[in-house]
Design a protein around this ligand. Structure first.
Ligand code: SAM
Length: 224
């Protein structure tokens, strides 16, 4: 077995001819979504499934720089049951924070459970289109991760950035083409959303298409 660090806090584990993307488990012994726990010496890692997490898919599809780093404060829009945000929580570690916004009660129930044992994840039951609702809870952040699978994803992301993103901060936007308008081709939808980001002052660093892990999805990495 061997472990290679791909980015700070992100590892590739080679085990019996198989390779796993992984993060160090911030809460050893605890799983979030049935993922494999892998012990190497004193350290426990959590396998990071690219079919369940678009950020893992983006890394395996060649994201050239990993903006999520140890110690950062991150605003996560569309946390669902905590799958990807828990890996982000592993990466930022004890000195970082992940503010997790989710508006579906069913998802929130599971997310609250995950946040109960991951002390660097703060659950926020709110609509990401209305950032003023959680202004009192969220401070300035290093980055915003957005995966709300809604029409007009770039606009709410930019509205959140206006309120919370530090100067020079990063964004990652998972664009789900089909949820915006089923009659449009994915490439037109990607272009339109990217244009909105440019108009709102973002410098697009990279667009990563996530097939075969995720169909009709792209991850946009940008900075202000
Ligand atoms: N990012 C998650 C992961 O990788 O673990 C998956 C997110 S899922 C594709 C999209 C989530 O966004 C759903 O749980 C949905 O309820 C939530 N969502 C959609 N619109 C939202 C909004 N306006 N405000 C907050 N959450 C929203």
């Amino acid at each position: 077995m061997s472990v290679r660090e791909l980015f700070p806090g992100v590892y590739e584990i080679s085990l019996k001819n198989r390779k796993f993307l992984a993060t160090k488990n911030l809460v050893p012994g605890k799983r979030v979504y049935g993922e494999q726990l892998i012990r190497v010496g004193e350290v426990e890692y959590r396998a990071w499934n690219p079919y369940r997490s678009k950020l893992a898919a983006a890394i395996l599809k060649g994201l050239s720089e990993m903006p999520v780093k140890p110690g950062q404060k991150i605003l996560y829009l569309g946390a669902a049951t905590g799958t990807t945000s828990s890996h982000v929580s592993d990466i930022v570690g004890d000195t970082g924070l992940v503010y997790c916004v989710e508006f579906a009660p069913r998802m929130m129930r599971d997310l609250l459970n995950v946040c109960s044992f991951r002390k660097n994840m703060i659950p926020i039951f709110a609509d990401a289109r209305l950032p003023e609702q959680y202004r009192m809870v969220v401070g300035k952040v290093d980055g915003i991760y957005c995966d709300i699978a809604q029409p007009e994803q770039a606009k709410p992301l930019a509205d959140n950035a206006d309120m919370f993103l530090k100067e020079g901060g990063w964004i990652l936007l998972a664009i789900k083409a089909m949820s915006i308008d089923v009659t449009e081709r994915p490439s037109e939808i990607f272009k339109r959303e990217i244009d909105v980001l440019k108009e709102r002052g973002f410098d697009i660093k990279q667009v990563v298409h996530l097939e075969p892990f995720d169909k009709a999805h792209a991850m946009v990495y940008a900075r202000r």
